[in-house]
Write a protein that binds this ligand. Structure first.
Ligand code: MG
Length: 199
């Protein structure tokens, strides 16, 4: 296991290779899961299609071509990854530049695996927003349908992703306690090591 303060790389990996990479600092790594911190203005790797960010490609184009990682600077807020061990979801906590936290992003994804440089997972396309008042919103249901149509995920997998989201809603693991966490401003901003995408 990693120790608190270690710098590692979280990668989202497709069958053809990594599509994104985040240089993060370990806040916790134990049998319950991992908590990782991405500093504001980190240089990350983000998925590209046809030489531009994947979000600028049509849904059809996204699922008929292989994505590759390209440069992207994280914005002025920070991000926490809270990934429970063995579960097919990870929480992304988006904080504003002033430390404002508003809602939770439930990224449905493969249970994380350990690598020599950190952790790998695979994105499951479908996501959820959950709110402090107990409400929720599914995100990218249309994108998951397109992903299934083009064979990126099977219909059975898509049903399992949805079921994991329903399970999170039933469990409602919010708040987690990490909502009020604040980074040490003296920490340097980590960067991706050379070869991070070839491990
Ligand atoms: Mg997602």
């Amino acid at each position: 296991m990693w120790s608190e303060g270690d710098v590692v790389v979280v990668r989202y990996v497709e069958p053809w290779g990594p599509i994104s990479g985040f240089p993060v600092r370990v806040l916790r790594d134990d049998e319950d899961g991992i908590v990782l911190y991405l500093a504001p203005r980190s240089e990350v790797a983000w998925p590209y299609v046809d030489g531009r960010l994947v979000r600028d490609a049509t849904l059809e184009r996204r699922y008929t071509t292989e994505w590759s990682p390209g440069p992207h600077r994280w914005d002025d807020g920070w991000l926490l990854f809270v990934f429970p061990a063995g579960r097919a979801y990870g929480l992304w906590f988006f904080f504003g530049p002033d430390g404002t936290f508003g809602r939770w992003y439930v990224n449905l994804q493969a249970p994380y695996r350990r690598t020599p440089i950190g952790f790998d997972t695979r994105d499951h396309t479908l996501d959820l927003w959950t709110y402090p008042d107990g409400s929720h919103e599914w995100k990218d249901e249309d994108e998951l349908a397109v992903a299934v149509r083009y064979g990126h995920h099977t219909a059975e997998d898509a049903a399992a992703f949805r079921a994991e989201g329903e399970r999170v809603l039933a469990e409602w693991p919010f708040p987690t306690g990490w909502e009020v966490w604040r980074p040490d401003p003296s920490w340097p901003v980590p960067s991706l090591p050379d070869g991070w995408d070839r491990v």
